[in-house]
Design a protein around this ligand. Structure first.
Ligand code: SF4
Ligand code: SF4
Length: 74
């Protein structure tokens, strides 16, 4: 299930969430926000900035970040 849910009936298609998404995981289609979970990092910016409270981000589904490997360290 997509952790970012957009209530289409509340979305006014203003594009604010699209502008604030750092991963370009949102786009407008027929004046409604549409989410692409493949690109999303669950940062929550869209939920924070939507003036119509149309977006909910379920951060509990956030995957832990991969540990960076430190190579060639002596
Ligand atoms: S949670 Fe962050 S990355 Fe995901 S759609 Fe919202 S703003 Fe974009
Ligand atoms: S900020 Fe809210 S109202 Fe505006 S396009 Fe995004 S989901 Fe829709």
């Amino acid at each position: 299930m997509d952790p970012v849910s957009i209530r289409a009936q509340w979305c006014k298609g203003c594009g604010i969430c699209v502008a604030f998404c750092p991963k370009k995981a949102l786009r407008l289609e027929n004046e409604k926000a549409v989410h692409n979970p493949e690109l999303c990092i669950l940062c929550g910016m869209c939920e924070l900035y939507c003036p119509d409270l149309a977006v909910t981000v379920d951060k509990s589904q956030k995957k832990p970040q991969a540990t960076r490997e430190v190579a060639n360290e002596s």
